[in-house]
Design a protein. Structure first.
Length: 416
């Protein structure tokens, strides 16, 4: 089977995902996506007529984020009409899955040049959300809810913390580390290679650096924040009085009346807008077009876990992708595990017995934010940049996704 190579990776800065506050919130999602697609094209002098496909991840595909953003953004970026496009949804894991599918197409020999990536403008999805129809509520399918009740994600995070015995001090400490590492990374320009500025249609600058981080975060400042998801736990979700908490307690009755609510705004992922793109090609395409591969995609995997707890699949996904690659945890130099909630990363580190200095080296979503459909592609680019900076060889990237899933991917840095 042929190899699939990563030629380049770019992303936008992450803007605060709130209309009237975020620097990207006034833009159309297709414009945010076309920004990174144009950057990939221009940085690599691509003839877009030779691009086989654009595989795009977007979770909330409605309104301005609907209509196959991968294709529409490619057209908006001025790509040749021959460059096709498709958009997929694996919830938070969409941005890893888009790269995995691109790699599979290249490795199978079916395609030679694919741009993968994703976009999510959480400012937009928040403005169009229907509070009477939460997106994680099984789409109103009561039969599915009976089989696999799927609660609000923050409630799941608190339930996992309770079941695992992970207390607030531990989750807050990880949040502080995330902020400290993100600040250091930004101060030292570690994101500069991948971040491309976003401009308004009139050419004026919209945003050129991440605007969500709160570098002054301390254990003391976090201690002053009230937990959030205890307020959701008892909210009725139907006319029968079923609550978010009931949905979890049905599967895990041992936590009834004992839930330790530990998550709040400071140790949960930030609500932001962002997009990312990764150029994946075959060796022949790279050679013919004078492109130098930066990394090789070693292995990909997907794993499902309990939909009710929802957030626990990354550990199993990491084990599966390591087995596929014939590797162990010790072989990995850089881990990127999305900080959807602090407990997700904390459990990942504990269960796999990882060296904390290898995990989320440049901060994570608690500091930088989590634009759902884009985050996986962002993390792949971040891992690659860090491998090049530090001289490491292998990176493993994974993240939890709604429905109790996790995609995972291992990349190998190439070159000196």
């Amino acid at each position: 089977m042929a190899d699939a190579y990563i030629i380049d990776a770019v992303r936008t800065p992450r803007g605060i995902g709130k209309v009237g506050k975020g620097s990207l919130a006034h833009l159309h999602p297709q414009h945010l996506s076309s920004t990174v697609l144009a950057a990939i094209r221009d940085r690599n002098k691509l003839d877009t007529a030779t691009i086989d496909d654009v595989i795009w991840g977007t979770s909330s595909q409605r309104g301005a984020q609907g209509a196959d953003m991968g294709r529409m953004a490619a057209l908006d970026a001025g790509f040749d009409v021959k460059a096709s496009g498709v958009t997929l949804d694996r919830f938070c894991g969409s941005g890893i899955t888009s790269v995995s599918l691109a790699a599979a197409q290249v490795m199978s020999g079916m395609e030679d040049c694919v741009i993968a990536g994703g976009c999510e403008m959480m400012s937009y999805t928040a403005s169009t959300a229907d509070p009477k129809n939460p997106p994680m509520m099984d789409a109103g399918n009561l039969h599915l809810r009976e089989l696999h009740p799927q609660s609000q994600q923050g409630c799941c995070a608190d339930a996992i913390a309770t079941l695992e015995g992970i207390d607030r001090e531990a989750v807050d400490q990880l949040a502080v580390v995330s902020q400290e590492r993100a600040k250091k990374a930004m101060d030292e320009g570690r994101f500069d290679k991948s971040v491309v500025p976003v401009h308004n249609r009139d050419g004026s600058l919209a945003l050129d650096k991440d605007e969500f981080p709160r570098p002054g975060t301390t254990m003391e400042s976090l201690a002053g924040l009230k937990t959030v998801f205890n307020m959701f736990w008892d909210i009725p979700v139907d006319d029968k009085g079923t609550t978010y908490g009931n949905m979890i307690e049905k599967k895990y009755p041992q936590i009834k009346g004992k839930v330790d609510h530990v998550h709040h705004a400071g140790n949960s992922s930030g609500v932001v807008d962002g997009a990312a793109a990764i150029l994946v090609t075959s060796k022949d395409y790279a050679d013919k077009n004078g492109l130098t591969p930066r990394a090789r995609i070693v292995a990909t995997a997907n794993m499902g876990d309990c939909p009710t707890l929802m957030l626990n699949a990354p550990v199993a996904a990491a084990k599966k992708v390591l087995e596929k690659a014939g590797m162990t945890t010790d072989d990995i130099d850089v881990y990127e595990i999305n900080e959807a909630f602090s407990v997700v990363a904390e459990k990942f580190i504990r269960d796999l017995k990882l060296d904390r200095e290898k995990v989320n080296i440049n901060g994570g979503a608690m500091a930088l934010g989590h634009p759902i459909g884009a985050t996986g592609s962002i993390l792949i680019g971040t891992a690659l940049d860090e491998l090049e900076r530090s001289g490491g060889k292998y990176g493993l990237i994974t993240m939890c996704a709604a429905g109790g899933m996790a995609p995972a991917i291992i990349i190998e840095r190439l070159g000196a």
